[in-house]
Design a protein around this ligand. Sequence first.
Ligand code: CP3
Length: 333
Amino acid sequence: MGKLTTCINNKDTKTNPIWLMRQAGRYLPEFRDIRKKNQNFIDLCLNETLSSEITLQPIRRFDFDAAIIFSDILIPPYGLGQKVEFKKNFGPLLGDLELNKISSIKEDQFTNKLMAVYNSIKIVSQNKLLKDKDTIGFVGAPWTVLVYMLNKQSPKKDFNISIFEDQNQIDKIFNILDKFLKIHIKNQIDNGATIIQIFDSWAGLVDEKNINKYIYNPTSSLVKFTKSLKVPVICFPRNIKNYKNYVDNVKPDVVNIDYEVDPRKIASEINIPIQGGLDPKILLTDKEKIRNNALNYLNIFKDHTYIFNLGHGVLPETDPTNVEYLVKTVKEF
Ligand code: CP3
């Protein structure tokens, strides 16, 4: 067990553990070295030797309090048999969704196909670098995974609303995802994950009228399941309009906030542990701005259990020395 779990379980308001979303990634030269020689991103995620090494790189360099496993939220659709590729300068590109095909996948087939991810978690969590640190496993929330499966690319690029007309199809996909995302969560926990984070990157696309159906209900099912396994669960409903309603309905142990929401409003409305918030673009500026902005979040949440993190992932153009400075600022607070 690590600092994050201890803090969450004891409702500790004095310590501020730190890790960053996308802490393992393109801003690190040691990652780019490996990536250059491994052009296929899925193959890299499914190479337990390399994915465990990539997961440990930022721990070695910055002594973060948690490691997040190097994988992707689109690994479960791949495990279900949908084609998933990552194209350079484009992002994810999925093949057509064949509902009959993904409906026939058995639990064993799915688990065996993704075994390297679970082996990687085992390697990471048993490494002596992880002594007193948490290993974070993760899934995409059903809504966000469904958006990629149907839209086949990031909705930021092109979002085809008509895919949501077939309610029967949507219900079927949600059912399949509920089953297999739970299997993916359990497999990660069985192999050493001490925390689960649920990324709902496209929660902001859903309007009030559909929020129960698409966000609250499917996510709370995963939250309840994770809690039943006695592991804390962090939810990140990025750009959701009302974090307070989200927390009241979904009941995660921790909520990660994005950088557009006012942290003071969050601190006054929400009583559960909070994670994140800082705009990743701040890491592209200078030491003084980094320090002032980080201290601002730490001060606003000084009476909360607060896990330091960003309001979205580390940007590829980030200078690693700025990350080092951020960690130092937070640890000295
Ligand atoms: O360090 C970590 O945070 C752990 C690994 C991780 C990755 N993706 C690795 C990755 C995690 C937790 C994710 C989550 C993820 N993946 C999300 C949710 C968080 C978010 O960003 O909103 C989403 C939406 C995805 C889907 C995805 N994967 C996209 C849209 C892209 C392309 C755009 C981008 O940011 O590069 C990816 C690729 C991806 N996933 C990379 C990494 C390190 C870049 C791969 C490369 O080297 O080209």
